[in-house]
Ligand binder design. Structure first.
Ligand SMILES: [Zn+2]
Length: 305
């Protein structure tokens, strides 16, 4: 084997499935924690497990398995979400009536674009505007339609501290509001990174060394500006969602990760084997369509908003 991998999970609905995945990966790779990955980033045969967002299913279904198997992992969270017990914007959107909310969003933000946007998916549109606007849209839509906010669905502060104290789970930052950083002003992008790190450090009582970009596609979700900020403040590794294996030489601020959310061992082996080609092989997949849509929306954005 001439590569190492970083795997990315989000929600874990079955601890049985998660256990099987880890046992399977453990036959091929040596599991390492974030510091070991950082120190041996040019080595091969390593596997680092990561989780984004901090959905409560991490604590309920994934952590017990990690603990049982004594496999280290990094969990990337927003300290603001945890402190205020508010859901991420995309979690709120998931619960809304898609068609109706789509119409609402188009009506409210079409002025930002040079051409009609009704043919684009609501996620593509939202991922093309600043997060402050996204949060306002959700809040106004919910209050105009008398929709109750969904119950909190992520880990609590007590759970975060328990995970940190376990010695098995490294806590990393995932910004405060989960913006698409590239859509934000210099000031907001810097604040989202620096404030979230500071706030997390205060919550767990030690330095934060690792960061995961929200949404995480290089060039589409973050750029040189964010890498420069992370470098300046001494973050050791920043993780993207670019689906690739790690062959020795690597940019420490664009560590690729292979996303796993379902499937049997055969499916997962293939997803890892064809990591880079995976999205091309499945060119009609949701993600790919979204990428194309977002590039078109970006070219339609009117400046000076
Ligand atoms: Zn995320």
């Amino acid at each position: 084997m001439n590569y190492s991998i970083v795997v990315m999970f989000h929600e874990i609905h079955s601890s049985v499935w998660f256990n099987e995945v880890l046992v399977h990966l453990g036959k091929k790779y040596k599991f390492v924690n974030a510091d070991q990955l950082y120190e041996n980033i040019h080595s091969t045969g390593l596997c680092h497990i990561t989780f984004d967002d901090g959905h409560r299913s991490f604590f309920e279904n994934a952590y017990p398995v990690l603990y049982e198997l004594q496999i280290p992992a990094t969990l990337f969270v927003s300290p603001k979400v945890i402190e205020e017990e508010t859901n991420y914007w995309f979690q709120s959107v998931r619960k809304l009536n898609n068609n109706d909310f789509h119409q609402y969003v188009c009506k409210k933000v079409s002025y930002r674009f040079s051409n009609p946007i009704t043919d684009f998916s609501v996620y593509s549109i939202l991922k093309s505007i600043p997060v402050k606007i996204i949060l306002e849209l959700i809040e106004n839509y919910e209050s105009e339609n008398r929709i109750e906010e969904e119950p909190y669905m992520n880990i609590t502060k007590e759970q975060l501290i328990e995970l940190n104290n376990s010695g098995l789970v490294e806590i990393g930052s995932h910004t405060n509001n989960h913006p698409i950083l590239i859509n934000e002003s210099d000031k907001v992008s810097e604040l989202e990174i620096k404030d979230s790190i500071k706030m997390l450090e205060d919550m767990i009582g030690h330095n934060i060394d690792y960061f995961a970009f929200p949404n995480g596609q290089p060039g589409l979700d973050f750029g040189e500006r964010e890498i420069r900020i992370l470098n300046e403040i001494g973050i050791k590794l920043a993780f993207s969602t670019s689906s690739q294996k790690i062959y020795g030489k690597i940019n420490n601020y664009m560590v690729p990760r292979i996303g796993i959310s379902k499937g049997n061992n055969f499916y997962i082996d293939n997803k890892i084997r064809f990591a880079k080609q995976w999205s091309q092989l499945r060119s009609i997949s949701h993600r790919n369509t979204e990428g194309k849509e977002r590039k078109r929306l970006k070219s339609m954005l009117l400046l000076d908003q």
